[in-house]
Design a protein around this ligand. Structure first.
Ligand SMILES: Cc1ncc(COP(=O)(O)O)c(C=O)c1O
Length: 440
C-alpha cells in the first residue's frame, strides 16, 4: 500500500517557534505612529497587547520556546497530518507529486488556533479578563473563542456582516465556546455607527471590523485586542505548521520544489513556508507562492507602502502591500481573504523576490475545490481552495512539460461551514469579480 498520511506523534509537537526575522538579510521598515508618523517603540502597543506578545513582535531571536500550557492544548489536534494526494495526482494525470498539510483537524477547523491558543495564554498570564477581536469568515473568531474558553477569558467578536449572513453556524460555534458575536459594522462602537450612517447596507470588511474591535479594546481597561493574522507574532506562532511538515517530508523522502498557501493576511502561508525559507536562505532551491483572490489582489496589484491595518486609521502604519485601507472588496465567499493589506514580513519577502504571488477567480477556485473533494474527500474552506487551485495549475503545468516536480500546499481549513458557497457555485450563481469590483 502506498503511504497516504504521514503522521507524527505528540512528542514531535515543536518545542519552539521559528522566527524568520533572525535570518532575513534586509532591514524591515518600522511601524509608524498613526498621527505623528514617527517610528513607534514596543510601549505604544501596550494598551492593547500583553508585553510577552509585544516582545515576540520585535524579537530577533531565531527560536522562541512554546510554553508547555500551549503545547498541552496543541496536543488536542497537533501534529496535523501531511497527506500525499495520490487520487488527485491520478485524476490530473500529472507526473508531479502533490502533498498537502491539513490544518482542518483543529477543533475550529483551521490553522487559526495555532496562534489563538498562544495569544489567549499570554493574555491570561498578563491578567487580561476580556478580548475583543474581529473575524471575516468566522475561522479566526472560532479559534479565539475556543482559546478564550480554555483560559477563562471573556470573548467579544465583531464578525464581518457578509460572513455573518452567509455563515450563521460559525456564529453558533463561537457561542458554543462562550463568545459574544455581533455583525460589523455594528451600532456598538463609534466607528461602526459612522459607517452605518454613511451606508446602512454596508457588507462590512475586515478593515472595518478591526477598527471596531480596536475601538472596543481601547475604550475598556479590562480588554485587550487580538489579531488573527498580519502581525509578526502571529506569523511566528504559525510556524508549527512548517516545522512539522519538514519532518514529515523527510519521512516521505521528498523535498518540495514549490510551496503554495492561500494568502489573506499571510499567516498560514508564513507558517508553512518560513521554516523552508530558512533552507532557501542557506542556498536551497525552493519556490514559495501566495494564492490570492482576483477580487482582492493585494500582492499582485497592490502597492508596497505605509498604510493603516484598519479602515478607521487607528492602527500603527505598517509598510506592506495594500489596496488602500478604505478598499472594501466584493463579497466573495473566501471571507478570510477579503483584506486590503498583507503581513509586513510577507510583503517584504515579496518585494525582495523571495516569494511569488498568483491571483485567481472564485469560479475556478470552487471548480478545483470540488475536484479535490471528489478525489481526496476533504471539502476545502473557500480560502484554502485558492491554494488548491494554484497547486492544480502547477501540477497541470508539470503534465505539459513532463517535469516530475514535488508540490506542497497548505490546506488551511475545511469548508463544512461554507456549504452555502458550494451551493451557490453548483447552481452557477457565483460571480467572478475583478479588483475594480466589476464582473468579469
Ligand atoms: C481557512 C483559512 N485559510 C486562510 C485564511 C487567511 O488568513 P491567513 O492569510 O492569515 O492565513 C483564513 C482567514 O480567515 C482562513 O479562515
Amino acid at each position: 500500500m502506498k503511504p497516504t498520511k504521514i503522521q507524527l506523534s505528540e512528542k514531535d509537537i515543536p518545542t519552539s517557534w521559528y522566527n524568520i526575522m533572525a535570518d532575513i538579510d534586509f532591514p524591515m521598515e518600522p511601524p509608524l505612529h498613526p498621527e505623528t508618523k514617527e517610528p513607534i517603540g514596543p510601549e505604544a502597543l501596550e494598551p492593547i497587547f500583553p508585553m510577552a506578545l509585544i516582545g515576540q513582535e520585535v524579537s530577533q531571536e531565531r527560536w522562541i520556546e512554546i510554553p508547555e500550557e500551549v503545547r498541552d492544548i496543541y496536543a488536542l489536534y497537533r501534529p496535523s497530518p501531511l497527506f500525499r494526494a495520490h487520487r488527485l495526482e491520478a485524476a490530473l494525470g500529472t507526473p508531479a507529486k502533490i502533498y498537502y498539510k491539513y490544518e482542518g483537524v483543529s477543533p475550529a477547523g483551521s490553522h487559526k488556533p495555532n496562534t489563538a491558543i498562544a495569544q489567549a495564554y499570554y493574555n491570561k498570564e498578563a491578567g487580561v479578563k476580556r478580548i475583543a477581536t474581529e473575524t471575516g469568515a468566522g475561522q479566526w473568531g472560532s479559534a479565539i473563542s475556543l482559546a478564550c474558553n480554555y483560559f477563562d477569558i471573556e470573548c467579544m467578536v465583531y464578525m464581518v456582516k457578509v460572513s455573518y449572513e452567509q455563515k450563521p453556524y460559525r456564529r453558533s460555534l463561537m457561542e458554543i465556546w462562550g463568545a459574544n458575536v455581533i455583525p460589523s459594522p455594528s451600532d456598538q462602537t463609534e466607528f461602526g455607527r459612522k459607517i452605518l450612517a454613511q451606508d446602512p447596507e454596508s457588507l462590512g470588511s475586515l478593515g472595518i471590523a478591526i477598527s471596531e474591535a480596536m475601538g472596543d479594546a481601547a475604550s475598556r481597561e479590562d480588554t485587550n485586542y487580538a489579531l488573527g493574522s498580519v502581525l509578526n507574532h502571529v506569523m511566528l506562532h504559525q510556524t508549527v505548521i512548517g516545522l512539522e511538515t519538514k519532518k514529515q517530508m523527510e519521512i516521505a523522502g521528498d523535498y518540495p520544489d514549490v510551496i503554495i498557501g492561500c494568502c489573506g493576511g499571510g499567516s498560514n502561508l508564513a507558517g508553512l513556508s518560513f521554516p523552508f525559507l530558512a533552507d532557501k536562505f542557506a542556498g536551497k532551491d525552493v519556490r514559495v507562492v501566495a494564492a490570492e483572490p482576483k477580487a482582492c489582489p493585494t500582492l499582485t496589484e497592490g502597492k508596497c507602502e505605509y498604510d493603516f491595518g484598519d479602515t478607521a486609521g487607528m492602527t500603527p502604519l505598517l509598510k506592506m502591500y495594500t489596496l488602500g485601507h478604505e478598499f472594501v472588496p466584493a463579497g466573495i465567499h473566501a471571507g478570510g481573504l477579503r483584506y486590503h493589506g498583507d503581513s509586513p514580513i510577507i510583503s517584504a519577502l515579496y518585494e525582495h523576490d523571495l516569494i511569488e504571488a498568483v491571483a485567481v477567480h472564485q469560479n475556478p477556485v470552487f471548480e478545483s475545490a470540488v475536484q479535490f473533494a471528489r478525489t481526496e474527500g476533504i471539502v476545502p474552506a473557500p480560502e484554502s481552495a485558492h491554494a488548491v487551485r494554484v497547486a492544480i495549475d502547477e501540477a497541470l503545468e508539470a503534465k505539459k512539460t513532463g517535469e516530475p516536480k514535488t508540490i506542497l500546499f497548505g490546506l488551511s481549513g475545511h469548508g463544512h461551514f461554507d456549504l452555502a458557497s458550494y451551493d451557490a457555485y453548483l447552481a452557477g450563481k457565483l460571480i467572478d469579480y475583478d479588483y475594480a469590483s466589476e464582473e468579469s
